[in-house]
Design a protein around this ligand. Structure first.
Ligand SMILES: *Cc1c(COP(=O)(O)O)cnc(C)c1O
Length: 425
């Protein structure tokens, strides 16, 4: 026993009540009955009044970014809005509706569950799953009228037979592997594949597509080889008497950089959200980021000089700063690799995030000494802070954060969407 504890062994009443109970103050008795709150009244406490951290999605930016690509591809081509992973963290239903209202005709998702969410929100547009789901999901595809990507004969036949049993067609898009080597029928085996499955009357080839591995890179050789192989596959199909349906290959990067890849449809993913697939596209198109991340200060305190802050106490207070806490952490998508390497914006100025980012909270410092003519207003509990976004000239982007973490904006956007409430403006 540590002598400094002076024989202290704990509190006398420990373990007496395993569940806390609320005393009824009128009768003085304990009650196990639920407290009498109107459930509707509880429901009316908005997400922003429950926790001071939220993601704001600017739907006008979604509209702008949709119109930007629509004006480039013209009226005749189709535009597929990629809304997988809850629309890259932006909220699939709201984004899908706005994209469809602003010029998109098709939706792309990764999973059948993502597609069902859209159908249950009464979205009627064609939905393509961008990979081949397990055969066990086939009834869902037909029940919810969601098109799969197909590249194995087993799946194709099973899908066709299930559809046939219900007297339905089985529309699908064929994935062609032109060099990314992720999914698809190899470009020089497409005709053989179609001959293998074409006996089945229910199968309807609604589209044929491939996906580029390097459309965002400055070196274009691999991209060009893929595109050539894709054209070769389409030509072979046509020559063999197969109608490829809607021909598509362009992701955001290809759509912006290489108009010759627009074909019959463009798959607009990251740029729908106002983000650039790489620095290659930056000079070529005006995009507006739709996502910003906000929080309110939950604690603001002077920390004596040289005392540490957060797990590990790696940051030490210089004494002249106020340490402010905000309720956003790595479980909200605020990647822990950003610890002490990003800023937050408060009152239009950048301040250093300090100490390790925790699971649900993190801290930043506000230096209260005058800087030239500027002296920060003392931060107060409840003041709003910007973790991602723009305020006046101060801006923190997903690309900045991604560079710091050694990843891409796509991943960070998805993660910010995971737990925080979303506000649409
Ligand atoms: C995710 C995805 C896209 C969208 O790519 P972006 O780079 O976000 O535009 C397009 N096509 C396929 C097959 C995808 O999986």
């Amino acid at each position: 026993m540590d002598d400094s504890l002076n024989g202290f062994t704990g509190f006398a009443n420990k373990g007496q009540h395993s569940v806390p109970r609320y005393v009824r103050r009128d009768t003085g008795t304990y009650s196990d009955e639920p407290l009498q709150f109107d459930p509707n009244q509880l429901q009316d406490i908005s997400p922003l009044d429950r926790r001071w951290a939220w993601v704001e999605i600017d739907l006008n930016a979604i509209k702008h970014n949709t119109q930007q690509i629509r004006s480039r591809i013209g009226r005749e081509r189709r535009l597929l809005a990629v809304v997988k992973s809850d629309a890259y963290g932006h909220g699939a239903v709201r984004v899908a509706k706005m994209a469809l209202n602003s010029g998109a005709d098709y939706l792309g998702v990764a999973t059948i569950s993502e597609a069902i969410e859209l159908r249950e929100a009464l979205i009627n547009a064609p939905i393509l799953i961008l990979s081949q789901p397990p055969e066990t999901a086939i009834p869902l595809l037909l029940g919810y009228k969601v098109m799969p990507t197909v590249y194995t004969p087993d799946f194709a036949i099973q899908y066709a037979e299930t559809a046939d049993a219900y007297g339905m067609d089985a529309p699908f898009h064929l994935a062609v592997n032109t060099g990314m080597n992720r999914i698809g029928v190899r470009f020089d085996e497409v005709v053989t594949f179609l001959q293998q499955i074409s006996f089945h009357r229910a199968l309807k080839l609604a589209g044929t597509f491939t996906h580029f591995a390097t459309a965002d890179e400055s070196e274009t050789l691999d991209f060009q080889r893929q595109f050539k192989r894709f054209v070769q596959a389409i030509n072979a199909m046509t020559a063999a008497g197969f109608d490829p349906g809607i021909v598509h290959c362009a992701n955001s990067a290809a759509a912006i950089r290489f108009p010759e890849t627009h074909c019959d449809m463009v798959r607009w993913g990251i740029s729908l959200y106002g983000l650039h697939p790489s620095s290659q596209t930056r000079p070529l198109i005006d995009l507006q980021p739709a996502m910003s991340v906000h929080a309110r200060i939950t604690d603001a305190r002077f920390v004596p000089m040289s005392e540490g802050v957060s797990y590990g106490l790696h940051y030490r207070s210089p004494g002249s700063v106020k340490i402010c806490t905000i309720p956003i952490g790595y479980a909200d998508g605020f990647n822990r690799l950003l610890s002490s390497k990003t800023d937050v914006i408060f009152q239009g100025r950048r301040y250093k995030q300090v100490g390790n980012i925790c699971m649900d909270q993190c801290m930043f410092e506000v230096d209260l000494r005058s800087r030239g003519s500027y002296r920060a207003r003392e931060p107060q509990i409840g003041d709003e802070v910007l973790v991602l976004g723009r305020q006046g000239d101060a801006v923190i982007t997903l690309d900045d954060m991604a560079n710091t973490c050694g990843t891409i904006s796509y991943e960070l956007a998805c993660n910010f969407g995971l737990r925080m409430p979303k506000v649409y403006v």
